[in-house]
Ligand binder design. Structure first.
Ligand code: AMP
Length: 274
């Protein structure tokens, strides 16, 4: 993704969402300049048609023009990998990271249980994220099938080049990690959200992360290989305004122009404080 000169041009927000047999299949969002529009559209279409879960039978592409004055610049969270031997250890470590970010053990456990069985009604994957009360664990999104989707975020050309170099040195330069870091940058910049938990619904991608003011903490396993259940939980402060949170996530624009720090990997030994 290349954004030529974000100061001069307006942007185009491109959103893709696809389905297969009436169920959510894949989705992605980009912010680009006019000259990149064709390439970006092709990439998103390709993603829906060549997904490991099969070829989508419906693909929706939506384009919206965005004035550059509506786009805020932002920074990626610090990144650290926490190596775990199993998804059980990954979930125990995620629990500890979420508690360190201010999420109650109860809320963290409820979110993990929902993600592991499929957080949408009937045990399906959601299209977006759960909004989980960080204290009680109660779900607060109005539509438990759709959830809430973070939209309108991307990374500038210069920052993306630096990010790819930094990730390549760690063997992590892949679309999953790059996109998740940009999404997490927007989520944790949301007033009222204190943390995010994610693991993918792609059966072969077992890593996931916890993002918060403490950074993007990547866990090497959060689910068993071959498992199709995954999703995201955004933990919200009790009493925060849901309408404001959803409005920020869905309607504001964030262009990442700066990287955070890349910290040494750590191995999980049962307690991150040790
Ligand atoms: P992925 O990391 O793309 O495999 O996405 C895993 C899950 O995260 C999806 O099934 C959705 O439930 C959720 N998700 C994906 N993209 C977004 C988004 N932009 N905002 C909120 N949730 C998302």
């Amino acid at each position: 993704m290349v954004i030529s000169d974000p100061m001069k041009e307006d942007f185009i927000s491109v959103r893709m969402h696809s389905s297969l047999h009436g169920n959510h299949h894949s989705g992605a969002e980009r912010l680009c300049g006019e000259e990149e529009l064709e390439d970006v559209s092709r990439q998103l279409l390709q993603r829906a048609l060549t997904h490991e879960r099969g070829e989508a039978d419906k693909v929706f592409l939506r384009f919206d023009s965005v004035p550059s004055r509506s786009v805020c610049n932002g920074c990626l969270p610090d990144m650290q990998t926490i190596e775990v031997d199993s998804y059980h250890d990954g979930r125990a470590a995620a629990m500890e990271l979420l508690e360190a970010a201010g999420v109650s053990a109860r809320a963290a456990a409820m979110a993990m249980d929902s993600l592991s069985v499929g957080a949408a009604p009937g045990g399906a994957n959601m299209r977006g994220a759960m909004l989980v009360d960080a204290e009680t664990g109660r779900r607060r999104e109005s539509d438990p099938s759709r959830g809430v989707r973070a939209k309108g975020m991307d990374i500038s050309c210069g920052a993306e080049k630096m990010l790819r170099r930094a990730l390549a040195r760690r063997g992590l330069d892949n679309g999953h990690v790059r996109e998740a870091m940009v999404l997490a940058a927007k989520v944790i910049s949301t007033p009222g959200i204190i943390a995010e938990l994610c693991w993918s619904d792609d059966p072969s991608y077992t890593a996931g992360y916890v993002a918060s003011a403490n950074g993007y903490q990547r866990l090497t396993h959060l689910k068993p290989a071959g498992n199709e259940r995954g999703g995201r939980a955004f933990f919200v402060r009790p009493q925060s305004s849901l309408a404001e949170i959803v409005d920020y996530l869905e309607n504001s624009f964030l262009l990442v122009t700066e990287l955070g720090r890349f910290l040494e990997s750590r191995r999980w030994t049962g307690d991150l404080d040790e």
